[in-house]
Design a protein. Structure first.
Length: 555
């Protein structure tokens, strides 16, 4: 049973389910070369020779097709929509004739061929038929000429990924043929909102603008942090009968805020279609749907397309035991999705995407200054690198002093200062744990007996980290005063108030108390002068009176 070149031209047009074929015609030969161009991914591809070709002995330009016997029942069941068992009851001659007639007469639309190729490969997979040829992306392979079905079976992340696109390609009469495979994988991207609740108007680092979506941010402990996750879909979505789609988010030192998760498809809220599960012990948030293709829009049509964006937003609180410093608190998400149109239970995973939340701490050390306030050095000029013998109660910046209490205040967006937690008291070292960049005031709210109150310290914490990165790194941490001057001890700034430690995210400050009398007084220089003159007049008068009495006594 043969057909001449007419069917060849028909079959050649049928090429492309997810690929484009470029063919160069040459003399008709029995073998040819197939090269799968997958842009350097070197994927794995299974080839099924569903039709053989025969050549005319008199004219090599004339050829015909015969169905490969191992696929005849599968081909017949695919085009007739019957079971394999039903197909086996039909005579081989009738099956062969029906298959050729179908392929010759089929309306060659892309959607028709996509559907046919998907069904054919699905049936081949069900029957467990081994491929006739295995191809490797980028490598030229010599093969028998014929009518091939080529499926992408590349293994990614330990499972077959959604690269299972299917190509039908005719190699008859072609010496070299290149199949360009368009890889299509869903992707996921995670961002965290950066905000600063301080509003120091002359400081560019403190703003009250809308949140900036970044790969890192810094926050105070117990702050609500907003996250946004954006997922895409694969180009071969229409090949699936159902499509599992799920976000899996693993947090570090954070707690999900109940009922904060929202899911949007192309900007419309479909949260009620998704399942939201929070595992507190594992710090894991799962938001998923068994079949995203089942979601209908208000017009009753499928809500998702290959170009849709699926966006998950939610909030989490930074725990009180959050990690301070360079290590940060990572938050990682990956997308799980159906990856095999021919196996509904098979899923693939994207590479994880991570954002990092940083937090810091202020360490206040209370030490004894010089004997009197009048002899005290200016705090802006304290030399923090003096070599001083240290002990359990002696620091390089003075002897530790017990009995003080401190309160840390943070400026809000209105310019008002609010306490950061409660007053710290007792001992000589005080730690304000879990703060972020912003404008602060450190106040000694309890003064040790025998000492004068230390002056308040107004300062701005500045952090520098990667805002666009696969894994953000904390680059710098320093402090500025209200005049925008760096008051952090470093290699470039030898004198300062705060000492940074990037590793543990600490900013240490040594606050000195000074002893000595400092009595309150009224009036200015004039008053002091009057007091002085009064004492002088009293002294002179007393002396004159004494002299007069002495003279009278002598008489």
């Amino acid at each position: 049973m043969t057909k001449i070149k007419k069917i060849s031209s028909v079959l050649l047009v049928m090429i492309i389910v997810f690929s484009m074929v470029i063919a160069v015609r040459a003399d008709t030969v029995d073998t040819g070369n197939i090269t799968i161009n997958d842009k350097g991914m070197n994927g794995s591809y299974a080839g099924y020779l569903i039709m053989n070709s025969t050549n005319s002995q008199e004219d090599n330009a004339r050829f015909a097709y015969t169905v490969n016997e191992k696929y005849i029942d599968i081909l017949y069941s695919t085009i007739k929509n019957v079971s394999i068992d039903e197909a086996s009851l039909i005579t081989a001659e009738d099956k062969h004739e029906n298959i050729l007639r179908y392929l010759e007469d089929v309306e060659l639309k892309d959607t028709d061929m996509r559907s046919f190729a998907d069904k054919l490969y699905r049936n081949i997979r069900v029957q467990g038929i081994e491929p006739d040829e295995n191809f490797v992306g980028g490598k030229k392979s010599e093969t028998i000429q014929g009518y091939w079905l080529i499926a992408d079976v590349t293994n990614y992340n330990g499972v077959q990924d959604d690269g299972n696109s299917v190509v039908i390609v005719d190699t008859v009469g072609v010496k070299d043929i290149e199949v360009k495979v368009k890889k299509s994988f869903p992707t996921v991207e995670k961002k965290v909102a950066e905000t600063n609740d301080s509003a120091l108007y002359n400081d560019t680092f403190s703003t009250n603008d809308e949140p900036q979506w970044q790969d890192a941010a810094d926050y105070d402990v117990n702050d609500d942090i907003k996250f946004k996750v954006t997922g895409t879909l694969a180009d071969n979505l229409s090949s699936y009968n159902s499509y599992y789609y799920g976000f899996h988010d693993l947090m570090t030192k954070m707690t999900y805020v109940d009922n904060s998760a929202k899911v949007y498809i192309d900007g419309k809220d479909y949260t009620d279609k998704f399942t939201v599960e929070w595992n507190a012990s594992e710090k894991k948030l799962d938001v998923y749907i068994d079949d995203i293709m089942s979601i209908k829009n208000t017009k009753g049509k499928q809500a998702v397309t290959i170009n849709s964006k699926v966006v998950l937003t939610y909030s989490a609180v930074l725990d009180e035991n959050a990690v301070t410093g360079a290590k940060g608190n990572p938050n990682t998400v990956y997308l799980e999705y159906a990856n095999d149109p021919y196996n509904s239970s098979s899923t693939g995973k994207t590479a994880p995407d991570t954002v990092v939340v940083f937090t810091y701490k202020i360490i206040v050390n209370k030490v004894i200054g010089k004997e009197t306030q009048d002899e005290a050095e200016n705090p802006d000029n304290v030399d923090t690198i003096d070599e001083v013998e240290t002990s359990d109660d002696m620091t390089p910046y003075g002897k530790l002093l017990n009995g003080a209490g401190f309160t840390l205040f943070k400026m809000d967006h209105t310019g008002e200062y609010n306490p950061v937690g409660e007053e710290k008291r007792g001992g000589a070292v005080f730690e304000f744990y879990g703060i972020d960049a912003g404008t602060y005031k450190l106040v000694e709210t309890r003064v040790p007996d025998g000492f004068n109150k230390a002056e308040d310290i107004d300062f701005v914490v500045v952090s520098v980290y990667d805002v666009e990165s696969d894994y953000s790194v904390l680059r710098d941490l320093y402090v500025k005063d209200m005049n925008n001057k760096n008051i952090t001890v470093s290699e470039n700034v030898k004198k300062g108030i705060f000492i940074p430690n990037l590793s543990d995210g600490s900013l240490s400050v040594y606050v000195k108390n000074y002893s000595g009398t400092k009595m309150p007084s009224t009036g200015g220089t004039g008053t002091v002068l009057i007091y002085t003159l009064g004492v002088a007049i009293f002294t002179i008068s007393f002396k004159m009176l004494a002299d007069k009495l002495r003279k009278q006594s002598n008489k």
